[in-house]
Design a protein around this ligand. Structure first.
Ligand code: PEP
Ligand code: MG
Length: 753
């Protein structure tokens, strides 16, 4: 068993490192012929222009001339049958099967024993892998092995295919992810290179070969010095042969092919990091192919060394100062803090291989009015630096190397979007009121000082959610009470006369603090939000002190507690908040008002305890992002399940209705501050529930107002009843979208359509 896992891992790793799809397929056929002791191995992949046709892309053990010449439609021959049924076929007499179609001149007549399995990624059949031999039927273990391998390789093949297609010069290539933040952008890709691993180093060309050579040599010299120093230091505590390893590493860097090959790559015009990456990969590959286990393991040593030099190199590289005017930030996993690296006036869009619309980077992008496409599994990140891109944050797609037709089409959309924005500007001073005169309070979600002016200008009636974690995340230690005081004072002052809801620290989950690392298997089900701050009352108390002190003389503060899952957390939080108030009152000798205190309803257990919770607080605010994540058991950051993440799911709507009904018994005000509150379709659903306070990214505010002013409360109530009879989010979305379209407002969710 162990050896099977070992073999599987080795093939997958090799395929992931293969320079292109053809090399990857050859590797698979060779490895399989060897590992399963078969006589022949073939791989068919669905054609790009017609996915119903499987084309032979690689073979081993048969006549190589047939590659690229044999095609099977779905249902045709054994290969087409496997693809059509998405099921394996294990035969002892392939020619005897009614679907068998001989490939003439292939040599396969000699190998009647046949096993074929489909390659499936994200429900799509990408192709078929088949192995054949002259004698000995394939047993269950072998079938299980091939099935496991095909499942593991599917994503690698998908990615390699995508990269291969993309690398055809200037060819337009579409990639699909999920809608992260609305809007569209035409711009130039800039790949984030944090240099944490070799795989993520992007390809780049350089004009300054000398500078690249110097920084490479400098990095190598520093690593060499470190290694020699480490060997010295360890001499007393490590056996001699372990110390020798450090010296052997240093030796490898003092000349020879690792250095020569990299310099050759640089001299060909590549920047040092990608040239070094390629050299390291080639050398590691040679070792990993060796049958001797000890030598094969040396591949890891080379990569370890590769990483050390890479880190130094990345430090040497000066940070990019000249961002193109329309930068589209690209990365495997773009994070909220990455946005800070790009000057705000250059940032036009974001595209990330991981994440979803509920990832915090997407929420931040939304707040900044920047379109984002998230969760693009086959994004060819490494090859994108400097490449033209078109981003569609409404439907979650992007075009690499867009052709003129697409550029024209999207320029037109952008112009229409601009026109919609201009129209919306007229709504700024107008009240958000339904056609049957029900007033709706619109507030903004904030957390960045840069939000304040646009928020005030957009006519917001206060801050419905201030995420205090952002000032915590951009520092390298907890901010002091005084630092926090200044931040909170500035937002309370800016919105004087209007409520400002400051939420206590909600770190954990996907919002890490570099200086307070938490390692958990399930961070979203772990130590997060109020759970952390109650376990660390010193952090909570400092924060609440800063908030209450900042509120002195302004009196517009409301405090919101995140991740409340039951009464006990509220009891403890209220106790501490009251104590802080008493302390400040005593210290200052002035009367200190207790601010209104609210609970976020975002954990399912809170939905079922809504009446108890309401009896203890002044208001509740529904966090639809986490409520959706926890109710549907869909990780808000996981692109594999991003399609399932929908706050318009009937279960989420029903839970929200239950919150509204429960809170109404004690007349506790309910607001919504998750992303649904800023989605035009979400606004329709929430109003229909009777919710009259919505807090959203400032960029969504006027769109939401337009929706509110176009419908009556009565018709939205009726529409909600209709929506609740539907069985899935897709149908609910369609229902609301068609009503929006009928009113001529389709452009609010998709410019130009
Ligand atoms: C939510 O969960 O809906 C919410 C508003 O909070 P956050 O997105 O910061 O978790
Ligand atoms: Mg939340």
């Amino acid at each position: 068993m162990a050896s099977m896992i070992h073999r599987l891992q080795r093939i997958v790793q090799e395929v992931n490192r293969a320079p292109d799809i053809d090399a990857a397929l050859v590797l698979i056929t060779e490895s399989l012929t060897r590992d399963l002791t078969t006589d022949a191995c073939t791989i068919f992949l669905a054609r790009e222009d017609d996915p119903e046709v499987m084309l032979l892309q690689a073979c081993n053990g048969l006549n190589p001339d047939i590659v690229g010449r044999v095609e099977r439609r779905l249902g045709e021959g054994l290969i087409g049958t496997i693809a059509a049924r998405a099921e394996a076929l294990n035969l002892v007499d392939a020619p005897g099967h009614k679907k068998f179609l001989l490939v003439p001149d292939s040599g396969e007549v000699d190998y009647p024993i046949f096993l074929g399995v489909p390659i499936i990624a994200h429900r799509d059949v990408l192709g078929v892998i088949a192995v054949q031999r002259a004698e000995n039927a394939f047993n269950e273990d072998e079938e299980a092995y091939l099935t496991t391998l095909a499942a593991q390789l599917a994503t690698s093949i998908e990615r390699a295919e995508s990269q291969g297609r993309f690398s055809t010069p200037q060819k337009t290539h579409m990639v699909k992810g999920v809608a992260g933040a609305p809007g569209m952008a035409i711009g130039q890709a800039i790949v984030l290179n944090r240099g944490v691993n070799l795989e993520s180093v992007p390809d780049k060309k350089t004009d300054d070969i000398e500078a690249e050579l110097t920084s490479f040599r400098e990095a190598v010299r520093k690593v060499c010095d470190e290694l020699v120093g480490q060997a010295e230091k360890m001499r007393d505590s490590l056996p001699e042969e372990e110390c020798a390893l450090f010296l052997a590493y240093a030796q490898m860097l003092s000349g020879g092919s690792l250095i020569d090959d990299t310099e050759k790559g640089i001299n060909q015009g590549n920047w040092a990091p990608s040239s070094w990456r390629d050299t390291v990969e080639q050398h590691a590959h040679v070792f990993s192919q060796m049958e001797d286990r000890y030598l094969a393991e040396r591949a890891n040593d080379i990569r370890d060394l590769g990483l050390r030099v890479l880190r130094k190199l990345m430090l040497e590289q000066s940070p990019l100062l000249d961002f193109p005017e329309r930068t589209i930030l690209v990365g495997d996993d773009v994070t909220a803090t990455d946005l800070a690296d790009v000057p705000a006036d250059c940032l036009s869009g974001i595209i990330s291989a991981h994440g979803s619309s509920a990832s915090h980077v997407a929420i931040l992008a939304h707040a900044l009015g920047i379109p984002a496409v998230m969760g693009v599994p086959n994004l060819p990140v490494k090859q994108l630096d400097g490449v033209p891109l078109v981003l569609d944050g409404y439907n979650g797609s992007a075009f690499i190397n867009p052709n003129q037709k697409l550029l024209d089409e999207y320029s037109q959309y952008l112009a229409e979007e601009e026109a919609i924005e201009q129209d919306l500007l007229e709504l700024k001073g107008k009240p958000a009121i339904t056609t049957d005169r029900r007033p709706i309070k619109l507030m903004v979600n904030s957390g960045l000082m840069s939000d304040y002016t646009p928020s005030l200008r957009s006519g917001a009636e206060g801050v419905g959610l201030y995420r205090t974690e952002i000032p915590f995340q951009i520092r390298d230690r907890f901010p002091s009470e005084e630092e926090q005081f200044l931040i909170y004072r500035s937002v309370l002052e800016t919105f004087e006369g209007m409520p400002v809801v400051l939420r206590t620290l909600d770190v954990g989950g996907d919002k890490p603090l570099s200086y307070f690392p938490i390692h958990e298997a399930n961070p979203f089900l772990g130590w997060r939000g109020v759970r952390i701050t109650l376990d660390h009352p010193e952090i909570f108390i400092t924060q609440v002190r800063a908030m209450i002190r900042a509120n002195q003389g302004i009196n517009n503060l409301e405090i919101l507690l995140p991740m409340i899952s039951g009464k006990a957390e509220l009891v403890d939080s209220l106790f501490l908040i009251n104590r802080v108030r008493d302390e400040i009152q005593e210290e200052s000798g002035e009367r200190v008002w207790l601010p209104k205190i609210g609970a976020m309803i975002e954990v399912p257990s809170a939905v079922y305890q809504i009446e108890d919770i309401c009896s203890m607080v002044d208001f509740v605010s529904i966090g639809t992002n986490d409520l959706t994540q926890y109710l549907l058991a869909v990780d808000r950051n996981n692109e594999n399940v991003a399609e399932l993440f929908s706050s318009l799911h009937p279960a989420v709507l029903k839970a929200m209705q239950q919150i509204v009904t429960g809170a109404a018994r004690s007349k506790t005000p309910v607001s919504v501050c998750g992303e649904l509150a800023g989605d035009p379709l979400g606004v329709m659903a929430l109003l229909g529930m009777g919710i009259d306070t919505l807090s959203m990214s400032v960029g969504s505010l006027l769109r939401a107002k337009k929706v509110i002013m176009s419908f009556s409360y009565a018709e939205l109530t009726e529409l909600l009843q209709q929506a609740l009879t539907l069985s899935d989010s897709f149908m609910i979305r369609e229902l609301y979208a068609s009503k929006l379209d009928e009113r001529g407002l389709g452009g609010l969710i998709r410019a130009g359509k």
